[in-house]
Design a protein around this ligand. Structure first.
Ligand code: PBE
Length: 324
């Protein structure tokens, strides 16, 4: 404790120098920082971190208030993070703060701007890996599973009722870089509809492989459900665009994860392209697998885990420090 205080003192001295050197720039950076629980100390802490690159992970953990920045409570990755908190001694006393995928991305961007430590519940593909230098923390206990795939699930009876939509949903499959290009477009300001339309226009061969054997229809209604995660916004709008071009009247409906599964299983929605398996949505899959039709992977090599900025000197979940 004494050692720690001495270190803080050194950092504070360093900070004064940094502030002198940086002029009013440092003030500006801290002044619009309103997110998070760190309260009145946010500005100081942000600047601390800039002047103390050799700080150990003990200070990181305390600076983060032993908090993992999570997303929606219903997300599989949040459940896995809660499991990790139970399984890892290094996460003893930590909490998983839930919010939304968008709020997580904002918090991550702000932390990076200020070179502050942050641990988020992350997943890939995701534009954040293109936008920032990030790394997954190693997960020796396997709380976050291994490689995941994103699968397509449709309601029972869809094949008979809408064989052409079924064909497209069955054949829809792309890779990480293709999905990333749509996510990045949306992150840079395109609407999901615009980004999807551009992608479809520019990738006609790929799209032809999805629509092969499907015939045009005349305004038949179809509803696809999804959760507003960057990955699912991208995939759902691309598939919706392809179905619209075939003549379907498509409604993409954003809802909660559990409701997404439930509505496809109950036949209220026609399908979804957002099933993360085998680990992320394992519980939901177990609950609904007999009532949905599994059309297989639409993307291979997905992953979930705890993600930190590269500048943090931690490589494994075990490098974090428990709350005392
Ligand atoms: N995700 C993105 C979801 C699946 C897709 C990783 C945030 C989840 O954790 O359930």
């Amino acid at each position: 404790m004494l050692k720690f205080n001495w270190k803080r003192l050194g950092i504070t001295a360093g900070l004064s120098l940094t502030l002198v050197a940086a002029g009013c720039g440092a003030d500006e950076e801290g002044s619009d920082d309103t997110e998070g629980d760190s309260g009145e100390e946010t500005t100081e802490e942000g600047s601390d971190e800039e002047g103390s690159e050799d700080e150990g992970s003990a200070n990181y953990s305390e600076e983060m208030d032993y908090t993992i920045t999570g997303i929606e409570p219903g997300a599989g990755v949040v459940g896995s993070a809660e499991t990790a908190v139970e399984e890892y001694d290094s996460l003893n006393g930590w909490t998983v703060e839930t919010s939304s995928g968008g709020a997580m991305a904002t918090a991550l961007g702000e932390a990076i701007e200020n070179e502050e430590p942050i641990v988020v519940t992350g997943w890939s593909p995701h534009w954040k890996f293109e936008a920032y230098d990030l790394k997954y923390l190693e997960d020796p206990n396997g709380s976050f599973g291994e490689a995941e795939e994103i699968k397509t699930m449709v309601r029972q009876g869809l094949e008979e009722d809408m064989p052409n939509a079924y064909t497209v949903l069955d054949q829809f499959e792309w890779d990480e870089s293709q999905m990333n290009s749509v996510m990045l477009d949306i992150n840079e300001g395109a609407s999901p509809d615009e980004a999807a339309a551009d992608f479809v226009e520019e990738n006609q061969d790929l799209v032809d492989s999805w629509t092969e054997g499907a015939e045009e229809v005349d305004g038949k209604e179809i509803e696809l459900v999804y959760v507003e995660w960057a990955t699912e916004v991208a995939s759902t709008h691309v598939v919706s665009e392809v179905l619209s071009n075939l003549g379907f009247d498509v409604t993409p409906t954003p809802i909660d994860n559990a409701v997404m599964w439930e509505s496809v299983a109950g036949g209220d929605a026609d399908g979804m392209v957002a099933a993360w398996l085998p680990a992320t949505h394992e519980d939901l899959y177990e609950e609904y697998k007999d009532d949905v039709v599994d059309l297989g992977a639409n993307l291979e090599g997905a992953k979930i885990g705890l993600v930190v900025p590269e500048y943090m000197d931690v490589d494994s979940i075990e490098d974090l420090q428990p709350a005392e």
